[in-house]
Design a protein. Sequence first.
Length: 216
Amino acid sequence: GDGVFLRFTSDNIFTRGGFELNWLCTDMIPVDYLSDINTRSEFEGLAARNNVPGAMEVLEVKFVVLNINTANPSLYFMNTKEFEFHFYFVRDVLGAYSSNSKWNDDSYFFDSRKNIAGTMIAHDTYVPSNDESNQGLYTVEFWPTDPVSAELTVKTFKLIDQHFAEATGRLAHFPASPTQVTIYENNKATFESNDVKVVLSEDLFGSVTFSPLNLG
């Protein structure tokens, strides 16, 4: 089937059906989410393929951060094969919300929001213009119409960076809309002082010479 199967060591914590367990062997097991992604195989185990503007059939892993405006936010890398929408994940796995409208009110559009929902995308063919030996990039992205503040973007990025060892040195925030680009341009000092790498579309997709419109 399409379920996710990951290999764990004794320090991994996983969940299934809402129960958090320490796995003490290296068998392949299905999971609903990971709290850390240490290897490419773990990323691929959670990832689904999607088409985004400028890139076809890329791997993406969706994430949720609960209690983003507190000292102890909780990060969940979702099994994106099993859960297409963030709300279904927080409802069915975390049991945190039963109302979609309440989830939306608490998670989008406002600086005072309680949660953050986003996506990490693997751009495996990306080659930075200043370092052609360092191919590949993972981007942290938000819903294009969501005006996530610079402060919340920085906090989310740094949290992901701490728990996504596979992306060390190859993680960047991608502003996915003119609104988000404006937020970045008006707050460059905030991003730079917090060591948050930002990649814009002209750089991210500048080396793409062909992008199929229909894979069928």
